[in-house]
Design a protein around this ligand. Structure first.
Ligand SMILES: [Zn+2]
Length: 245
């Protein structure tokens, strides 16, 4: 089982690790700051620094073995490290930080648009959530203003763990959460924004406070079915021309 360092500290941009195994399908470390593709958030990229300073490119990160092990996908033609070798992991931090800001912004979007979420994808430039929501226009300016109000409020983003038993003993907790957590693995990580603004099970990486999200706007709404709406977020202010997004 790979120790998931990003789970306790999403801000770790570099950390030492020992190589467990290395092959064409991936490099396994004993501990990983690289987030594996999942939950709509892309797997991290970056590099591994060897003792002699040589860098091994990491083109992506994935889970394997039922999400118990993490594999770093080596870049095209990369030299593989040896098992037992100690390396320093370096994230492509600029990209990861944008993922963290976007990911947290999507939590806020699910607060502003309180409809069932049927899908989503995070990107460094643009992210989207798919909602089951009734017919009717979404006011891009109003949704953007509501999002920015939560950003400006500089709300703390914190995580807490609960056990399946605690969840069962507190049925009211599920009512406060938009998504019912998966049970069976023994414990579930919850992400909380503010005291009570949002609480939902999530394994992704988030910023520490909503102010770090910075300026975002609702870029586009597409109709994907009778009751399905795809809502896109982008960084920066709402463009004056709605079609410019
Ligand atoms: Zn999340």
């Amino acid at each position: 089982m790979t120790e998931a360092l990003f789970r306790d500290d999403a801000y770790l941009a570099a950390a030492e690790a020992r190589v467990v195994s290395a092959g064409a399908d991936g490099i396994e470390l004993d501990r990983s700051i690289f987030y594996p593709n999942g939950g709509g958030q892309p797997g991290d990229t970056g590099s591994l620094e060897r003792a002699d300073g040589e860098r091994i490119a990491v083109a992506g990160t994935v889970y394997t073995d039922g999400r118990t092990r993490i594999l770093l996908v080596p870049g095209e033609g990369a030299v593989l490290p040896a098992p037992g070798e100690v390396v320093v992991q370096h994230l492509d931090w600029a990209t990861r930080y944008r993922h963290m800001r976007m990911h947290t912004a999507l939590h806020l979007l699910s607060v502003v648009l309180p409809y069932p979420v049927t899908g989503g994808q995070i990107g460094a430039e643009e992210s989207r959530l798919d909602f089951d929501m009734p017919e009717g226009g979404i006011d891009r300016a109003a949704v953007t203003a509501a999002l920015m109000e939560h950003v400006a409020a500089d709300l703390a983003v914190t995580t807490e763990w609960i056990t399946d038993a605690e969840l069962e003993a507190n049925p009211g907790l599920v009512k406060t959460m938009k998504v019912k957590p998966p049970t069976g693995s023994g414990r579930v990580r919850l992400v909380r924004i503010g005291d009570t603004l949002d609480l939902q099970p999530c394994g992704g990486t988030h910023v520490r406070s909503t102010a770090e999200i910075g300026e975002v706007h609702l870029a586009k709404v597409e109709k994907k079915g009778r009751i399905n709406r795809r809502v896109r977020l982008r960084f920066g202010p709402l463009p004056a021309d709605p079609d410019a997004a």
